[in-house]
Design a protein around this ligand. Structure first.
Ligand code: GLA
Length: 383
């Protein structure tokens, strides 16, 4: 079955909703993060890849704001100045408010949204939406923002307007990803290095949606803030947890109570691991990268405690079946596992993981593959 592109879906919804062609269509990708989990709000590096499933925003000029999405099919007016809830329209309104600050928002628009990304699967569907919306709406207003500007608008929309306590990884890769590369993003400095990465990745969805704005994620952020405050008692110059070196860990372990010490252990080890992984990738050493993925998962499991049994099972099984490595990607507490495997083992491995998962958990997981693709872009309006 051929999948319709998100751009085509958004355009045809625009046609049927507004009886018109959109003026602008923009799309942005979801992402998997290879390494650097829970480091982006601790000043550490991340190593995400833009994936081939995208969200499209189609927009046409109007005096009011009317929106529709393939997710719920309903057409509705939105008041971008009213208090924001947590629905997808809040993310759109957040983008408009942030674009206004740059003088880059239209006065109104008719908008449709379509996506080929699973929602809430830890693959960054919200950043795909905010980045694509920032691009489409700013173009509609006659402005061409740079990818870093689009990432910042999208981050501010989610973080400041909607109130999701995310870091900057997702919006950055959705805006700045490039085909055939992973993005080493140093969140403390904003520095970006593109590392060639053309291998196929498998995404195994646990089917358990994570809840980013609530629960575990916010609790871990609080724990990291608390740990940073305590570390500053002996390291007053410490700006971020990721500045601690592996050599500092024994001292930190002595000083911090449980579970804060374990959280910091993860951040410090993950920071080092992410930079080593970028070097392994640059050297084309997928076997080494795979080992680091597994070590990263183990650290999330024991020290950060953000994995779930379904993900642990997929990682263990994939490695037993000869994968280079696998890891729960994204915030955690649900979501998807990313698997990297030698080409000659992929077919059997995927079939066996699916079978084992079904036997164990009573349902078939969704599994699909992707390669690193490009970040946000304007699409020609499909006919
Ligand atoms: C979510 C957040 C990101 C990052 C990851 C965990 O995806 O949006 O900013 O914190 O979790 O690495």
């Amino acid at each position: 079955m051929t999948r319709l592109s998100s751009a085509r879906l958004a355009t045809s919804l625009f046609d049927s909703t507004f009886s018109a062609r959109p003026v602008v269509v923009a799309t942005a990708p979801g992402r998997v993060n290879l390494l650097g989990e829970h480091t982006d709000y601790n000043g550490g590096p991340v190593l995400p890849v833009a994936i081939e499933r995208r969200t499209a925003v189609a927009a046409g000029s109007a005096d009011d704001w009317i929106v529709a999405s393939t997710m719920d099919g309903k057409m509705r007016g939105i008041d971008v100045d009213a208090p924001l809830g947590k629905s997808w329209t809040a993310y759109l309104a957040g983008v408009v408010r942030e674009l206004r600050k740059l003088g880059a928002a239209p006065n109104g628009a008719h908008v449709t949204v379509a996506t080929t990304l699973p929602i809430g699967a830890g693959l960054s569907s919200s950043a795909a939406l905010t980045v694509a919306a920032a691009k489409a709406l700013s173009l509609l207003a006659g402005r061409r923002l740079t990818p870093p500007q689009l990432a910042e608008v999208a981050f501010r929309a989610e973080h400041d307007q909607v109130g999701v306590r995310c870091g900057r990884m997702d919006q950055t890769v959705a805006a700045q990803g490039e085909r055939g590369t992973a993005l080493l993003f140093e969140t403390a400095t904003g520095a970006i290095r593109r590392v060639p990465f053309t291998a196929r990745l498998w995404v195994v969805d646990t089917g358990l949606p994570h809840r980013l704005a609530a629960g575990g994620y916010n609790q871990r952020r609080r724990e990291c803030e608390e740990a940073l405050a305590l570390c500053r008692e002996w390291r007053p110059d410490l700006a971020f947890l990721a500045q601690l070196e592996p050599d500092d860990v024994p001292e930190m372990d002595r000083r911090l109570p449980s579970p804060l010490a374990a959280r910091v252990r993860h951040v410090v080890a993950e920071t080092a691991r992410t930079r080593i992984a970028a070097a392994a990738l640059a050297a084309g050493d997928l076997a080494r990268l795979g080992e680091l993925l597994v070590a990263g998962h183990q650290s999330l499991r024991t020290d950060f405690q953000s994995t779930i049994p379904e993900a642990d099972y997929i990682v263990e099984t994939a490695v037993e079946l000869g994968a280079y490595g696998a890891r729960l990607t994204g915030a955690g507490w649900g979501g998807a596992v990313v698997v990297l495997a030698p080409t000659d083992r992929e077919a059997r491995l995927v079939a066996e993981v699916a079978r084992g998962f079904r036997d164990r958990f009573g349902r078939a997981p969704e599994i699909w593959s992707t390669r690193a693709t490009s970040g946000v872009r304007r699409e020609s309006v499909p006919v």
